[in-house]
Design a protein around this ligand. Structure first.
Ligand code: SF4
Length: 51
């Protein structure tokens, strides 16, 4: 992950409107995400807001 990508990811995480990233993440359904942090991730390199 380059600096721009890291800054973008940081910004996405600090602007997340929910306590846990997973509650606002487009990968939080079914078997799409198998990360151990789910469902209570507060940091996650794969987090993407639902759009
Ligand atoms: S990708 Fe990260 S933030 Fe999204 S559901 Fe999985 S663990 Fe949660």
């Amino acid at each position: 992950m380059n600096l721009i990508q890291r800054l973008r990811q940081w910004w996405l995480q600090v602007t997340c409107p929910t306590e846990f990233l997973c509650d606002n993440c487009k990968y939080d359904h079914g078997d799409v995400c198998a990360r151990p942090e789910r469902p209570n991730a507060t940091k996650c390199p794969d987090y993407r807001p639902r759009g």
